[in-house]
Design a protein around this ligand. Structure first.
Ligand code: FES
Length: 122
């Protein structure tokens, strides 16, 4: 196990990410609502740079009391990032592939020490 320095907290504003390299792998480190999340930058689909894609709130259907579709809205609580190659969506807080949560990006512990962010890599 090795601790890999990622950046100063101030260098990754909330809602942004940083990609770091370690031992031939890339790791995407996300800052979201004062928490840090780290995933291998390799999509479960065809190995694309999943962590480099757009960050967006989940789009969810709005269903009325009469069970009719009322439209769509952005979720207030769930956020995804989208692989830029073919659009697989991942839950930013878990690294799970949203349509099939049994598929998941490799995760790494992200540690904050003072103003420094590290990930624990193999
Ligand atoms: S490689 Fe990521 S969606 Fe295809």
């Amino acid at each position: 196990m090795a601790e890999v320095f990622v950046a100063k907290v101030s260098e990754i504003p909330d809602g942004e990410r940083r990609i770091v390299k370690h031992d031939g792998h890339e790791i995407g480190v996300f800052h979201w609502q004062k928490q840090f999340y780290a995933y291998q930058n390799m999509c479960v689909h065809q190995g694309g740079p999943a962590c480099e894609g757009s960050i967006m709130h989940k789009v969810e259907d709005v269903i009325g009391e009469d069970r009719t579709w009322q439209g769509q809205r952005f979720s207030a609580t769930q956020v995804h990032f989208v692989c830029p190659w073919h659009g697989y969506e991942y839950d930013l807080r878990t690294g799970e592939c949203v349509p099939d949560r049994s598929l998941k990006l490799k995760t790494y512990p992200a540690i904050r020490r003072g103003e420094d962010i590290y990930v624990v890599a193999e």
